[in-house]
Design a protein around this ligand. Structure first.
Ligand SMILES: [Zn+2]
Length: 164
């Protein structure tokens, strides 16, 4: 396990496995100082950030109507990444709702336990005292290949006839 010294309180901590580059411990006071320093630096160095902070959101949007449209056009990878992250957040929320809303079958008081499988289930698993007999499986949505690929995959001559 990697250990690191917090640059604010100077105590030893273990960086989160999700943020291996973490240099500040998770104490609320240290995190508050980290955010305040980040904000100060950005205000000094980043004119767009400065403008966003000073404007009201509406004012900023009307002044920068094309900003996000252009950003999306110029950064398709970022758009795709955001889309995936949003999808993951949606999935997590659905699973949390499922765990919290057990009116039909109370997982925590059931004699059966639960195995939680799939991505994004850590939060649920940590909140669950049940032992496993029942498996909760989340089906992954079927991925449709891009249109061009599916055309190539059709055997030659296999034309889908449309009735009518
Ligand atoms: Zn600290």
């Amino acid at each position: 396990m990697v250990e690191r010294r917090c640059r604010y309180c100077e105590r030893i901590f273990q960086p989160s496995k999700y943020r291996p580059a973490q240099t500040v411990c998770s104490e609320p006071e240290c995190q508050r100082r980290r955010r305040a320093d980040y904000h100060r630096q950005k205000m000094a160095a980043d004119p767009v950030y400065r403008q966003v902070c000073r404007d009201s959101p509406q004012k900023w949007r009307s002044r920068n109507q094309d900003y996000w449209r252009q950003y999306r056009e110029q950064h398709p990878a970022a758009v795709e990444r955001n889309r995936r992250r949003q999808h993951t957040r949606d999935q997590k929320r659905r699973l949390r709702d499922l765990a919290n809303n057990n009116s039909v079958f109370d997982l925590k008081h059931s004699a059966a336990g639960v195995w939680l499988l799939g991505s994004g289930l850590q939060d649920l698993a940590n909140n669950n005292v049940a032992r496993a007999q029942v498996w909760v499986l989340e089906a992954l949505p079927l991925r449709k290949p891009p249109a061009s690929e599916s055309c190539k995959q059709q055997p030659p001559g296999a034309v889908t006839a449309s009735a009518g």
